[in-house]
Design a protein around this ligand. Sequence first.
Ligand code: NAI
Ligand code: ISE
Length: 336
Amino acid sequence: MSLKLGVIGTGAIGQDHIRRCMQTLSGARVSAVNDINPDSAAGAVEKYAPAARIVVDPHQLIASDEVDAVLVTSWGPSHEEFVLGAIRVGKYVFCEKPLATTAEGCRRIVEAEMKHGKRLVQVGFMRPYDTGYRALKAVLDSGRIGDPLMLHCAHRNPRVGKNYSTDMAITDTLIHELDVLRWLLNDDYVSAQVVFPRHSPKALPHLRDPQIVLLETAKGTRIDVEIFVNCQYGYDIQCEVVGELGIAKLPEPSAVLLRSQAARSEAILTDWKERFIAAYDVELQDFIGGVCEGRLRGPSSWSGYAAAVAADACVAAQGTGAVVPIKLPAQPGFYA
Ligand code: NAI
Ligand code: ISE
């Protein structure tokens, strides 16, 4: 039997997930779509899911008998409403990051899910599914470089649109590191500070770009993350862990080493869709499998909440330059 998916939001990642559900993954098909922009919904259906129905009201889509589970791929500020809507009718929901744009919003989702009594939500944090991050974690867990002391990370996008704001560098971009580094280190954050280097003239005046986020964990590990979303040259994700006994670095995506015109070169990817293509495939296949088995295994609402608690502190730190404490409540047994 094929799981019927309803997709809310048919922009960049919505279309990419519709494509992978219809063309790459097994066990599911897209049966209904919604977007506040009807042309976008029509375009996605025509291109990837000709048999899917366009439903104008997102809450009708969530409640529809034609939908077994929901994918929320609309803009971040709308996620909470749709995830709560799915929990209300007891349907499984895969929600792209961020789960909600504030910790308070994520907390409401956690509470609704716990009240329902069973996990229904998977958050679209795909990096724990990436083979590079998994290999890096295996090295750390093996103890080969001893305890991690420092991490140097970078999250670089070639450019962003005019609606991208300074806080989105945290809530939309850094949120990936806030999730994956917590998982990688098996540790929680205790403080954050944000400092701003010289403004890049390639960034629009309203956007402070680049930024450097400094995090400290409960075990005392120090992390610096450069966020540079107008770096021009490519989509570049870096993570280097300095341990007591050695250094472990996130592998680069594989590329041909070219010798040509008196130079050695390797191409750098320019798009997150390609950089994490395999990870997106595996995370969504895992969601489909989890729904079919009645037991989700992927990143939970609690992971979404934990990342958002740290994100709130980083956004506050952007405004003051001060070191802002991060206090994550104890994880409920429900999410163990
Ligand atoms: P986008 O702007 O390309 O597409 C968003 C779509 O959602 C648009 O078509 C818009 O009309 C629609 N939409 C917005 N509000 C809506 C509402 N209330 N109801 C119905 N439709 C609505 O944005 P993009 O890049 O696809 O991002 C969407 C979400 O996915 C964001 O939360 C973003 O952070 C996340 N994302 C995650 C990525 C990842 O690596 N996991 C990569 C890119 C995006
Ligand atoms: C985008 O929404 C993503 O999630 C990408 O993975 C990230 O690199 C980019 O900065 C975000 O805007």
